[in-house]
Each structure stands twice: as C-alpha cells, then as structure tokens.
Design a protein around this ligand. Structure first.
Ligand SMILES: Cc1cc2nc3c(=O)[nH]c(=O)nc-3n(C[C@H](O)[C@H](O)[C@H](O)COP(=O)(O)O)c2cc1C
Length: 208
C-alpha cells in the first residue's frame, strides 16, 4: 500500500520536461504493460495506445494541443485511443472478446444480449460509444501515471487539444479509433507548479 501512496505523492502534472532525458525502453514497456492490464467494462479493452517518440509527428501535433510544450519536450507522448463503433454489442470485435474465453455459444449469446440491453438502456441514452470507451481509457490513463511515478518517471495528463485535428494528424479512421486523452511521460526540469488538494474530510464521507 505504501508504495502506491508514495507513487501518488511523487506524481504531479509536470509542465516542464527535460527534453534531453529519455525513458529507457524496459521502463517504458513496464509502464505500458500496466496500461494493458487495466480493467474495462465487459472486458472489451476499448483502447489502443500510441507511444510516440517521433519528434516530427509531435511537432505537427503540438499546434493542435494548445501549443503545450510538454508535447514536444517530454520523452514519450502516449495518445490513448478509444474505440467507438467496434464496441457495439453486435460487432465482430465484441463477439471475438467473448469467444476467446472458450465458453459455449449459448453463453456467448446470453452475454451479448445482456450487453446489448445495457448499451441500449444505460449507455446510449446518456452518451456515445466513444464517450463510454473514453471513460474506460481514463482508467488506463491513471494506471499509466501511477506506474510511471512508481518508476520515477514524471507525467502530465493532457486533455487540452482539438480532437478532430489531432485525429486527422494521426491519420485515424473516422469511424472507430479516436483520441480520448493523452499523457506526456519524461523527467521533470526546473520550476514546477505547486499542488493543491481539498482537505480529506471535505471530499471523503464515510457512511456507516
Ligand atoms: C483529464 C485531465 C486532463 C488534463 N489536461 C491537462 C492539459 O491539457 N494540460 C496541462 O498542463 N495539465 C492538464 N491536466 C493536469 C491538471 O491540471 C492537474 O492534474 C491538476 O491541476 C492537479 O494537479 P496535480 O496533477 O499536479 O496534482 C489534466 C489533468 C487531467 C486529469
């Protein structure tokens, strides 16, 4: 427990990265493995992770990301893509997620029916499939940041971007994978902003 708390105390939204420092490949792979192990609704893993070190691509992305320096100064920029159409209960992708469990056709059909009902009654009246997937991408985002912190790597979550322009720059197909959120990873340099938090009692209520 202490190591998680320590990692969370170490983590802050890093605004100034050292552009000279690179994350070693084995550390990067471990951080991304923590992303891959993230939980997802119905186990659909509605994401893909682009781990970008290509400086040219990052320079083309930066103007669409409020010109934030983290985009080009960090060691690696992780763009988390959310699935949209392919997480529809009727899609072959969803069926394949169930088939890999090696359960009977009857069980697969029952699970797909339950998911379809859930999507129709609980998800789609409130949000798009893209938004539903994005919510889950944020779990992976948190795991990436905590794993990075545990490895002494700094991070900055980034939602400040123009999604359509970013999707176009990344050459994403319009109908499925779309940018949900990004996270810059690297090593801090120089002055950083202080952190603020509400007191524990203000945000945590025990109901016994
Ligand atoms: C979903 C999300 C999106 C964010 N987007 C940005 C961003 O685009 N640029 C930035 O500098 N910080 C961004 N932040 C960082 C927050 O401003 C920061 O987490 C918050 O002020 C708390 O500070 P701390 O993370 O240092 O504790 C984002 C944070 C989250 C969780």
């Amino acid at each position: 427990m202490n190591c998680v708390l320590e990692a969370l105390q170490f983590r802050f939204a890093c605004k100034n990265f050292d552009p000279e420092k690179r994350i070693p490949q084995d550390v990067l792979r471990e951080i991304m493995e923590c992303a891959r192990l993230s939980p997802s609704s119905f186990g659909l893993e509605p994401w893909k992770f682009l781990v970008i070190s290509d400086q040219n691509l990052r320079e083309r992305l930066r103007p669409h990301c409020w010109n934030q320096p983290q985009i080009t100064d960090c060691s690696h920029l992780v763009v988390i893509l959310a699935r949209s159409e392919t997480v529809d209960a009727d899609s072959p992708y969803v069926r394949a997620c169930y088939e890999r469990k090696g359960v009977s056709e009857e069980k697969i059909r029952a699970s797909l029916e339950r998911m379809k009902k859930y999507q129709q009654e609980e998800v789609l009246p409130r949000m798009s499939l893209y938004a539903w997937s994005s919510k889950q991408c944020y779990i992976a985002l948190a795991n990436i940041m905590t794993a990075a912190a545990a490895a002494g790597v700094d991070s900055c979550p980034i939602e400040g971007f123009e999604k359509d322009a970013v999707d176009r720059t990344l050459g994403l197909p319009r109908d499925d994978l779309q940018t949900a959120v990004m996270v810059a990873l690297g090593y801090r340099k120089g002055e950083q902003s202080p952190r603020f938090r509400h007191p524990f009692e203000k945000v945590v209520e025990f109901i016994e």
